[in-house]
Design a protein around this ligand. Structure first.
Ligand SMILES: [Zn+2]
Ligand SMILES: [Zn+2]
Length: 274
């Protein structure tokens, strides 16, 4: 069974969505006999990011300052522990030149061990309208169904662009939007596009076990996972823990599924020793 996680969250700076400190998360990982833990708080910066959470930042300097402090917090906590501790970020990717330029500039100063490519927003094509999946109540009340569909379509496109960008070590929860948006057959084609892109670049993706708590399934869904295993796209398990209790949660269930699908390509922590 996999004995590490690279996708978990803390309540860094008092404004992130984890419930524990880095120190508490690392201690729990040690208790569980993990060989390592990577802490990956949200990197949600965009000039047009909605201001419904203190984690979503519009200002580049503010974002940089915040993430420098988080990295420092994790590295300081790591000093009190024997286990291997890595610091990463779960980055919400956007394809525009403005976002890429800002992100690349910040990245030069942010000493991350790894980056997770992620998608928590639906958006318009030009990125002028961005809505978080958890705050869909903030959508304009007069939004037409076809306009909503377009925002969701751009979300799926964004997952593919995230893979194609080449910035990331692995892809987070490939079909995450289904937790908030009904999984209608008309979007199935998008799932195939995600599979094709992951296969083309042999980009690792996570099996995110936090979905078992929410909708009794992992991300990606069974048939996508089976197809990706068949194509030998590398994978790893992520608990996406937001508290100490969630560390390693449901790993056994996900391991069984990977065994059933005859998964041959697993990512180990060695990939971080690059
Ligand atoms: Zn996420
Ligand atoms: Zn996460």
């Amino acid at each position: 069974m996999q004995k590490f996680t690279l996708h978990c969250h803390t309540h860094a700076l008092g404004c992130f969505d984890g419930r524990n400190t880095a120190d508490e998360m690392i201690s729990r990982a040690e208790e569980l006999g993990f060989e390592g833990i990577g802490i990956s708080n949200h990197f949600c910066w965009h000039p047009n990011a909605p201001q419904c959470s203190p984690m979503f930042i519009n200002d580049e300097n503010k974002a940089l300052d915040m993430h420098l402090r988080i990295i420092d917090e994790v590295k300081t906590a790591a000093l009190n522990h024997k286990i291997k501790v890595y610091v990463g970020a779960e980055v919400d990717f956007f394809p525009s030149a403005v976002w890429r330029k800002g992100f690349e500039k910040m990245l030069q100063k942010l000493n991350y061990d790894y980056l997770i490519g992620s998608n928590h927003f639906i958006r318009s094509e030009d990125e002028s309208q961005i809505y978080n999946l958890y705050h869909l109540d903030l959508l304009p009340p007069n939004l037409k169904p076809e306009e909503f569909k377009e925002l969701v379509q751009q979300h799926w496109n964004n997952v593919v662009y995230t893979i194609e960008s080449g910035y990331f070590d692995f892809l987070a929860h490939p079909d995450y939007c289904v937790i908030k948006i009904p999984d209608v057959p008309e979007f199935e084609e998008n799932r195939w596009k995600v599979i094709e892109a992951l296969d083309k670049y042999k980009m690792p993706f996570e099996v995110n076990t936090s979905g078992y708590n929410r909708i009794d399934m992992q991300h990606p869904c069974d048939w996508m996972l089976e197809e990706l295993c068949k194509r030998r796209v590398p994978t790893l398990l992520s608990d996406d823990a937001h508290s100490v209790e969630m560390l390693g949660q449901h790993f056994e269930r996900a391991e069984n599924l990977l065994q059933k699908f005859d998964c041959k390509k697993r990512l180990s922590l060695k990939f971080l020793e690059k």
